[in-house]
Design a protein around this ligand. Structure first.
Ligand code: SF4
Ligand code: SF4
Length: 165
């Protein structure tokens, strides 16, 4: 009897039946029409932040890519010219920065590794796509819109908030 796992199967079925009869506990959301609210510290789609003057914070150091366990991040570095000081905060910047959303496991290691407070995960979702190539998110989708800033203060530790200038 024990060998056939019958008692365990019956126990499992009893639990399923009990839950079916009790109905749902808590609030039910009719997704996708109604989305369940997500916490501000929920780990979703990344943002590459700009500083208070609107310049890209990322200096293309590559630490996020090294820290990424899924090897989802790639970038190409470039040198800032003197005419680009209003665009990029540091002398080096990422001319190309890509995250493969099919590889990403939203662990947040990139966020933790960044010494420039340049990359954060947000409470936004990655869009549904119909081809694999569209899941490679470049700067056009990652860099913060200068006119539509994303508040990430809930994600930052007190130490991080003090370090960000
Ligand atoms: S969240 Fe994790 S898996 Fe995704 S890009 Fe960052 S480090 Fe890589
Ligand atoms: S996001 Fe941060 S860690 Fe990644 S390359 Fe830019 S500055 Fe470096």
């Amino acid at each position: 009897m024990e060998k056939l796992y019958l008692p365990e199967i019956l126990k499992g079925m009893a639990i399923t039946l009990r839950h079916a009869l009790e109905g749902p506990k808590g609030k039910v959301f009719s997704y996708p029409e109604v989305e369940k609210p997500r916490a501000k510290v929920w780990r979703g789609l990344h943002v590459l932040k700009r500083d208070e003057e609107g310049r890209e914070r990322c200096t293309s150091c590559g630490l996020c890519a090294v820290a990424c366990p899924a090897e989802a991040i790639t970038m190409t570095s470039a040198e800032r010219t003197k005419d680009e000081k209003h665009l990029y905060r540091e002398e080096k910047y990422a001319s190309v920065y890509e995250i493969n959303m099919l590889r990403c496991i939203f662990c947040g290691m990139c966020e933790e590794a960044c010494p420039k407070s340049a990359i954060y995960l947000t409470d936004r979702l990655v869009d549904v796509e119909t081809n694999r190539g569209s899941f490679i998110y470049g700067k056009d989708k990652l860099v913060e819109d200068v006119n539509n800033r994303i508040d990430i203060t809930d994600r930052q530790s007190e130490l991080q908030k003090k370090a960000v200038k």
